[in-house]
Design a protein around this ligand. Structure first.
Ligand code: NAP
Length: 327
């Protein structure tokens, strides 16, 4: 089968299509004919070698086949799995990656049938980023009338956060780069949109929220993180950190935590440490989509052979919502 792999860490061009043996489903596993694989920002960081800084993500052996999120049809099952799985459309997580391929192996316990009414690409848009968005929104405990700042608001997680915050009754300020992304954030319900790559963007946020924001969702890190922290409302503000798409760690002055009475919390590996927690968040995302109150955004579909272009799009910040690869 064809499988996208890289043999060295580096720029998107290290992603190439290799011919490899078909995988075999082992005990408790499903063999899935992949109809689409999700691409996430973290995978671009694995490819470039950036994840090696995190102790919880050990260096994967090379060659490495990326792709954690898979949607497709079960074609065969391994020992210990019922035949009723065969023919089902499922979405799931490949624990050792390899999803950018024609076939992938998923543990039956890490796969779930795609609910009726949800397309495979939409299921992928919710599978990982939906978990993060619902989890991050829960951590923030958004109250009606809170002013909520969403970074990278047209991204995979951000596009869902805008909607979750609106559903909770908040006033949403969406931060994104460029008119196309700002237009999408507006379409998803943002009350205000601000291009945070323009000089003086913080003042534009203050103009609409003079007392500051009650919640800021931080998936970018670095200076954007610091500015968002400084925009928190005295006594009430909560910054929830969940990623560093900008490539540098969040920055803020910890002394201000008590001086200004604000808080910072994080969202991350608990979903792996406590699978039932992740499963609950995912089910919530799927239920909200089924009820029509959360719209997964699939902005671009790339053929397998263009995996490098897909990763480049992430690095050039041109993706909208979820990006998927199709074999
Ligand atoms: N904590 C967790 O469990 C978890 C799980 C999955 C993902 N994440 C993190 O969540 C964040 C969002 O993930 P996602 O998959 O939904 O990605 P995404 O938001 O679709 O893409 C990343 C976005 O970050 C923004 N960005 C700002 N500075 C950037 C830079 N220097 N280079 C590239 N992009 C930059 C871009 O939007 P603008 O152009 O509008 O700024 C870009 O579109 C990432 O940091 C990811 O690592 C965390």
């Amino acid at each position: 089968m064809r499988s996208v792999r890289f043999h060295e860490y580096g720029s998107p061009e290290v992603l190439i299509v290799d011919e490899v043996p078909d995988p075999e489903p082992g005990e408790g596993q499903l063999l899935v004919r992949v109809s689409a694989a999700g691409i996430s920002y973290a995978e671009t960081q694995i490819r470039s070698g950036l994840m090696q800084q995190f102790a919880w993500f050990p260096d994967p052996p090379l060659p490495y086949a990326p792709g954690f999120e898979v949607a497709g049809t079960v074609v065969r099952v391994g020992p210990g799995v019922g035949d009723e799985w065969v023919g089902r459309k499922v979405v799931g997580a490949a624990p050792t990656a390899g999803g950018y391929s024609e076939l992938a192996v998923l543990p039956a316990g890490a796969a779930q049938p795609i609910p009726d009414g949800l397309g495979e690409h939409e299921a992928l848009a919710l599978f990982g980023q939906g978990v993060v968005a619902v989890g991050v929104a829960e951590v923030a405990a958004i109250q009606p009338k809170d002013v909520v700042l969403v970074q990278a608001a047209a991204g995979g997680v951000g596009s869902l956060l805008v909607q979750l915050a609106k559903n909770a009754g908040a006033e949403v300020i969406a931060l994104a780069r460029g008119e196309k992304k700002l237009a999408l954030a507006r379409e998803l319900g943002a009350d205000h949109v601000v291009d945070y790559t323009e000089e003086g963007w913080e003042q534009r946020v203050r103009d609409v929220a003079p007392a500051g924001v009650q919640v800021a969702f931080d998936g970018v890190g670095g200076e954007v993180s610091k500015a968002s922290f400084d925009l928190l409302a005295m006594g009430f503000g909560r910054l929830v950190v969940y990623g560093t798409a900008g490539g540098t760690a969040p920055q803020f002055d910890p002394e201000m935590l008590y001086v200004r009475g604000v808080s910072v919390s994080g969202f991350g590996p608990r979903v792996f440490l406590q699978p039932e927690y992740g499963a609950r968040l995912r089910q919530t995302a799927f239920d909200l989509a089924a009820a029509g109150t959360l719209k997964p955004v699939v902005g671009q579909v790339f053929p397998l052979a263009e995996a490098a272009a897909a990763h480049r799009a992430f690095e050039e910040r041109t993706t909208l919502g979820k990006a998927v690869l199709v074999p």
